[in-house]
Design a protein around this ligand. Sequence first.
Ligand code: COA
Length: 381
Amino acid sequence: MNDPKPALTARPVISSTGLFTPAESITNEELVESFNRFVDRHNAANAEQIEAGKVEPLAHSSVEFIEKASGIRARHVMAKGPILDPEIMAPRWDERGDDELSIMAEIGVAAAREALERAGRDPKDVDAVLCAASNMQRPYPAMAIEIQQALGIDGFGFDMNVACSSATFGIQTAADYVRAGNAKSVLVVSPEITSGHLNWRDRDSHFIFGDVATAVLVEDEAIAPAAHWDILGTRLKTVFSNNIRNNFGFLNRAHPETADTPDKLFVQEGRKVFKEVVPMVAAMILEEAERLGVDPQALRRLWLHQANAGMNRLIAHKVLGHEASEDESPTVLDTYGNTSSAGSIIAFHLHSEDMVAGDTGLICSFGAGYSAGTVFVRKAS
Ligand code: COA
């Protein structure tokens, strides 16, 4: 595109979304059975040390705890067998060559294709690809550029990581490009292969994450399909916290003795996160609703980040002023687990078809950083 006189009045909208769901899924029963086998083996192998008080025994996990504490019942993954193998407990697949599409780009492309099809958009009319996710498969070339190339898109792409809020930060970035006249059509792709950063041997968190990819097509209203979503406003917030942390990085090799310690995977103080993030996000939503002149109690639906059913219940209650029904605040974490930045987009993708023109809703993410993002949307037709 590259219009020499950018409009600056262009109105960004969401034209469509896309979703890729891995075929394989792990139930809590399967997960706990495999985890407990690992625990029994570990305790048997260390029996003498445990007896001598030199090694702490590991404790079993429980399906009842997981469902009560989180609301998660199952999660999709890219490689079920090795994750459930107590000898491995990590994803495994054949390494791909540099001339093959990488696995992260592959699932991103699948989600993006669906978004493009649903909007009736030819890839050659897309201007930019943002790969917005909590982990990148490699530093460069950017995943976004690989996705761009695979889809046959001209223009530019780059990666951005804001952990669980990557997708909403991506949507605001794309909306700003459209407003500024720098792009008319931007794909925000969130391939989240979280099974790679989850410590499947950690009882506190082994049940949390699942794999998925989503895509959101943000466009200038002037070219968008009639059945789009107006973006009423976006708001982003970050507040530093050590309560969710992952110390994996390229400088790990500077201290090889700790290169494989558990802090190089996802770790969190879940209870602190719960307590601190709920009021922060509820206040942010209410402030933004006021700024936009939207009555929060009249919101037709909340598509909230999918980390914990209890957190969503509390946030939705504070926003709507009453206990939210499943229709008002749909859950996908029961079958998807926490899919990091993709969670609220999956909820939006799966639970928005029934909304009618004029209905107003909220896409909202929150998580590591801390980071949080709101996208208020209204169905156009
Ligand atoms: N099976 C059985 N018991 C377990 C267990 C498991 N897998 N994991 C922990 N427990 C035990 C703990 O040892 C603890 O026992 P204790 O009371 O005897 O000390 C008890 O259950 C409570 O543990 P706690 O970690 O306080 O649980 P919780 O109620 O806070 O639930 C989370 C844990 C992670 C589900 C919850 O805190 C949460 O979802 N927080 C928000 C996380 C979030 O949004 N993160 C963003 C990530 S992107």
